[in-house]
Design a protein around this ligand. Structure first.
Ligand SMILES: *Cc1c(COP(=O)(O)O)cnc(C)c1O
Length: 223
């Protein structure tokens, strides 16, 4: 795994051309032992899709100073736990979740870092807010003292055609730049996965979420 990590770090650095781009290692359906291995190599940020799975892993890895990102769809009945377990929630996509997360964030923890997930042209996907819903979400998050709006996240449709992917990344970049003009706390544009993180970085991503290229293929989900 150290070889994969070194190669991905080098690829990120190359694509970033001097900009700072953060790597979130997506550890969903990977073992706690695999996370520990990467942590020992200096990787600090990990992304999980399922609250329950993340909770179990955090128990197994207690004592390691890691940063946990929720990147999977968030249900309202999981908000309480998510607000306690994670440092970042990247998949906030509806107003209802704002109040639930804000209320559940423990008072002795720093504000929960939040990215708004935008559905950028993937009509097949149910996750992510519509563009028209973005302003109300921005306002609600900004008004919540226990949440800190850091930026935007997207999972564009996996078009085989590079130019179509690039167009989606560019639209996200534009939304991000507009938002950053208006809010000092906004500094993060999370887009790009194993298949396309270099393209995403070229189009302005400041954070990439890489799973299989780092850990190898995932196990199937055990429910
Ligand atoms: C699984 C997942 C990733 C990582 O995907 P890979 O193709 O394995 O790199 C990134 N982001 C989200 C939201 C995911 O669910």
């Amino acid at each position: 795994m150290s070889r994969q990590l070194a190669r991905i770090r080098a690829d990120i650095e190359h694509a970033a051309g001097g900009r700072k781009v953060e790597l979130v290692a997506v550890s969903k359906l990977q073992s706690a032992a695999a996370v520990r291995q990467l942590a020992e190599l200096g990787q600090r940020a990990f992304g999980e899709n399922y609250v329950q799975e993340a909770a179990a892993k955090q128990v197994a890895l207690a004592g390691l100073a890691l940063e946990w990102h929720l990147i999977g769809p968030l249900q309202s009945n999981k908000c309480r736990e998510a607000a306690q377990l994670f440092d970042w929630v990247q998949s906030l996509d509806r107003l209802k979740l704002v109040a639930l997360l804000a209320k559940a964030r423990p008072a002795d923890r720093p504000a929960l870092n939040v990215l708004i997930q935008v559905n950028i042209g993937d009509e097949a996907s149910k996750s992510g807010c519509k563009l028209a819903e973005l302003p109300a979400l921005v306002d609600a998050i900004s008004a919540a003292a226990s949440l800190r709006l850091r930026g935007l996240m997207a999972i564009p449709a996996p078009w085989p055609d590079q130019d179509r992917r690039r167009a989606d990344f560019r639209r996200m970049r534009q939304l991000f730049e507009d938002l950053r003009q208006q809010h000092d706390s906004v500094d993060t544009l999370s887009m790009g996965m194993s298949e396309d993180f270099e393209l995403a970085i070229a189009e302005g991503a400041s954070m990439v979420r890489v799973g299989s290229a780092l850990f190898g293929a995932r196990q199937t989900r055990q429910v």
